[in-house]
Write a protein that binds this ligand. Structure first.
Ligand SMILES: [Mg+2]
Length: 184
Protein backbone atom coordinates (compact mmCIF):
# COMPACT_ATOMS: atom_id res chain seq x y z
CA UNK A 1 0.00 0.00 0.00
CA UNK A 2 1.39 3.39 -0.95
CA UNK A 3 1.89 5.96 1.79
CA UNK A 4 0.35 9.42 1.48
CA UNK A 5 1.37 12.48 3.48
CA UNK A 6 -1.48 14.95 3.87
CA UNK A 7 -0.84 18.40 5.25
CA UNK A 8 -3.48 19.95 7.49
CA UNK A 9 -3.39 23.77 7.28
CA UNK A 10 -4.63 25.13 3.96
CA UNK A 11 -5.14 21.60 2.65
CA UNK A 12 -7.78 20.08 4.94
CA UNK A 13 -8.98 23.37 6.42
CA UNK A 14 -8.07 27.01 6.77
CA UNK A 15 -8.17 27.55 10.50
CA UNK A 16 -9.12 31.09 11.35
CA UNK A 17 -5.87 33.02 11.73
CA UNK A 18 -7.16 35.59 9.29
CA UNK A 19 -10.28 36.21 11.38
CA UNK A 20 -8.22 36.75 14.53
CA UNK A 21 -6.05 39.37 12.85
CA UNK A 22 -9.17 41.06 11.55
CA UNK A 23 -10.67 41.03 15.02
CA UNK A 24 -7.47 42.24 16.68
CA UNK A 25 -6.91 45.15 14.30
CA UNK A 26 -10.55 45.74 13.27
CA UNK A 27 -9.63 45.43 9.61
CA UNK A 28 -10.57 43.20 6.68
CA UNK A 29 -8.00 41.09 4.92
CA UNK A 30 -8.27 39.88 1.36
CA UNK A 31 -6.06 36.82 0.98
CA UNK A 32 -6.12 37.31 -2.79
CA UNK A 33 -3.96 40.36 -2.28
CA UNK A 34 -1.47 38.60 -0.04
CA UNK A 35 1.38 36.57 -1.48
CA UNK A 36 3.47 36.00 1.59
CA UNK A 37 3.16 32.66 3.42
CA UNK A 38 4.17 34.35 6.68
CA UNK A 39 1.63 37.16 6.39
CA UNK A 40 0.42 36.64 9.96
CA UNK A 41 3.89 37.33 11.35
CA UNK A 42 4.36 40.25 9.01
CA UNK A 43 1.05 41.97 9.71
CA UNK A 44 1.35 41.58 13.47
CA UNK A 45 5.05 42.26 13.77
CA UNK A 46 4.85 45.55 15.63
CA UNK A 47 2.27 44.20 18.11
CA UNK A 48 3.64 40.69 18.19
CA UNK A 49 3.51 40.25 21.96
CA UNK A 50 -0.04 41.58 22.33
CA UNK A 51 -1.31 39.66 19.32
CA UNK A 52 0.02 36.33 20.54
CA UNK A 53 -1.40 36.98 23.97
CA UNK A 54 -4.73 37.69 22.29
CA UNK A 55 -4.75 34.39 20.37
CA UNK A 56 -3.04 32.08 22.83
CA UNK A 57 -6.21 30.70 24.42
CA UNK A 58 -8.22 30.59 21.23
CA UNK A 59 -9.03 27.41 19.34
CA UNK A 60 -8.32 28.17 15.70
CA UNK A 61 -10.08 25.05 14.54
CA UNK A 62 -13.24 24.99 16.61
CA UNK A 63 -15.50 26.24 13.85
CA UNK A 64 -13.27 25.80 10.84
CA UNK A 65 -15.00 23.67 8.20
CA UNK A 66 -13.15 21.03 6.22
CA UNK A 67 -12.60 22.06 2.62
CA UNK A 68 -15.23 20.98 0.15
CA UNK A 69 -15.23 17.24 -0.74
CA UNK A 70 -12.28 16.64 1.58
CA UNK A 71 -14.15 14.20 3.84
CA UNK A 72 -15.61 12.13 1.02
CA UNK A 73 -12.40 11.92 -0.99
CA UNK A 74 -10.27 11.06 2.05
CA UNK A 75 -12.69 8.33 3.00
CA UNK A 76 -12.26 6.77 -0.45
CA UNK A 77 -8.48 7.24 -0.43
CA UNK A 78 -8.34 5.60 2.98
CA UNK A 79 -9.31 2.20 1.61
CA UNK A 80 -6.66 2.30 -1.10
CA UNK A 81 -3.74 4.10 0.54
CA UNK A 82 -1.93 4.31 3.86
CA UNK A 83 -2.78 7.88 4.89
CA UNK A 84 -0.90 10.12 7.34
CA UNK A 85 -1.82 13.62 8.43
CA UNK A 86 1.45 15.47 8.88
CA UNK A 87 1.25 18.91 10.43
CA UNK A 88 3.27 21.44 12.32
CA UNK A 89 1.86 22.93 15.51
CA UNK A 90 4.58 25.20 16.90
CA UNK A 91 4.01 28.94 17.06
CA UNK A 92 7.53 30.25 17.06
CA UNK A 93 6.35 33.60 18.43
CA UNK A 94 4.69 32.00 21.44
CA UNK A 95 6.35 28.64 21.76
CA UNK A 96 5.22 28.03 25.35
CA UNK A 97 1.55 27.89 24.40
CA UNK A 98 1.97 25.80 21.27
CA UNK A 99 0.74 22.79 23.21
CA UNK A 100 -2.80 24.24 23.02
CA UNK A 101 -2.49 24.32 19.27
CA UNK A 102 -1.39 20.68 19.17
CA UNK A 103 -4.33 19.68 21.35
CA UNK A 104 -6.77 21.67 19.20
CA UNK A 105 -5.43 20.09 16.04
CA UNK A 106 -5.63 16.60 17.55
CA UNK A 107 -9.28 16.92 18.57
CA UNK A 108 -10.23 18.58 15.31
CA UNK A 109 -8.81 15.70 13.28
CA UNK A 110 -10.30 13.09 15.59
CA UNK A 111 -13.75 14.64 15.40
CA UNK A 112 -13.86 15.62 11.74
CA UNK A 113 -12.06 12.64 10.18
CA UNK A 114 -13.02 9.74 12.44
CA UNK A 115 -11.91 7.08 9.92
CA UNK A 116 -8.28 8.21 10.23
CA UNK A 117 -7.01 7.11 13.65
CA UNK A 118 -4.77 9.26 15.87
CA UNK A 119 -1.92 6.80 15.25
CA UNK A 120 -1.82 8.31 11.76
CA UNK A 121 -1.23 11.88 12.96
CA UNK A 122 2.34 13.09 12.83
CA UNK A 123 3.04 16.41 14.55
CA UNK A 124 6.34 17.80 13.36
CA UNK A 125 7.99 20.91 12.04
CA UNK A 126 10.29 18.92 9.77
CA UNK A 127 8.43 16.96 7.13
CA UNK A 128 11.64 16.00 5.35
CA UNK A 129 12.52 13.51 8.10
CA UNK A 130 10.09 10.97 6.64
CA UNK A 131 9.52 9.26 3.32
CA UNK A 132 6.17 9.06 1.57
CA UNK A 133 5.19 7.85 -1.89
CA UNK A 134 2.71 10.67 -2.34
CA UNK A 135 2.68 14.10 -0.73
CA UNK A 136 -0.11 16.69 -0.66
CA UNK A 137 0.86 20.11 0.73
CA UNK A 138 0.48 23.80 -0.05
CA UNK A 139 4.23 24.40 0.35
CA UNK A 140 6.52 23.25 -2.41
CA UNK A 141 9.41 22.43 -0.06
CA UNK A 142 7.29 19.95 1.82
CA UNK A 143 6.72 17.88 -1.34
CA UNK A 144 10.35 16.89 -1.81
CA UNK A 145 11.16 13.22 -1.98
CA UNK A 146 7.77 11.91 -3.09
CA UNK A 147 7.07 10.13 -6.36
CA UNK A 148 3.77 11.97 -6.72
CA UNK A 149 3.79 15.59 -5.58
CA UNK A 150 0.51 17.47 -5.36
CA UNK A 151 0.63 21.18 -4.60
CA UNK A 152 -2.65 22.35 -3.11
CA UNK A 153 -3.42 25.85 -4.32
CA UNK A 154 -3.28 28.54 -1.63
CA UNK A 155 -2.89 32.33 -1.62
CA UNK A 156 0.88 32.15 -1.26
CA UNK A 157 1.59 29.67 -4.09
CA UNK A 158 -0.76 30.97 -6.77
CA UNK A 159 2.02 32.70 -8.66
CA UNK A 160 4.20 29.64 -9.08
CA UNK A 161 4.24 29.06 -12.83
CA UNK A 162 3.48 25.86 -14.72
CA UNK A 163 7.12 25.73 -15.81
CA UNK A 164 8.42 25.98 -12.26
CA UNK A 165 6.10 23.22 -11.13
CA UNK A 166 6.99 21.04 -14.09
CA UNK A 167 10.67 21.40 -13.28
CA UNK A 168 9.92 20.09 -9.81
CA UNK A 169 7.76 17.29 -11.14
CA UNK A 170 4.80 18.74 -9.25
CA UNK A 171 1.11 18.81 -10.12
CA UNK A 172 -1.08 21.69 -8.97
CA UNK A 173 -4.46 20.72 -7.52
CA UNK A 174 -7.21 23.25 -6.85
CA UNK A 175 -9.68 21.00 -5.06
CA UNK A 176 -10.19 17.62 -3.44
CA UNK A 177 -12.10 16.51 -6.52
CA UNK A 178 -8.93 17.01 -8.53
CA UNK A 179 -7.01 14.93 -6.00
CA UNK A 180 -9.62 12.20 -6.39
CA UNK A 181 -9.23 12.25 -10.18
CA UNK A 182 -5.47 11.84 -9.90
CA UNK A 183 -5.23 9.26 -7.14
CA UNK A 184 -8.34 7.14 -7.70
MG1 LIG B 1 -0.09 23.83 4.90
Amino acid sequence: MKTVMIDMDNVLTDGVFKEYIEEFYKIEIDLNEIKDYAYVQKLTKKDSKQFWEFVQDKNFYLEAPLFQDCYEVLEKLNSKYDLYIVTSYLWNEEIDVSGHNLKNKYYYLKERLPFIGPEKYIFTTNKSLMNFDIRIDDRLNNLSGATTKLLFTAWHNKDLSKEELKKKNTIRVNSWKEIEDILL
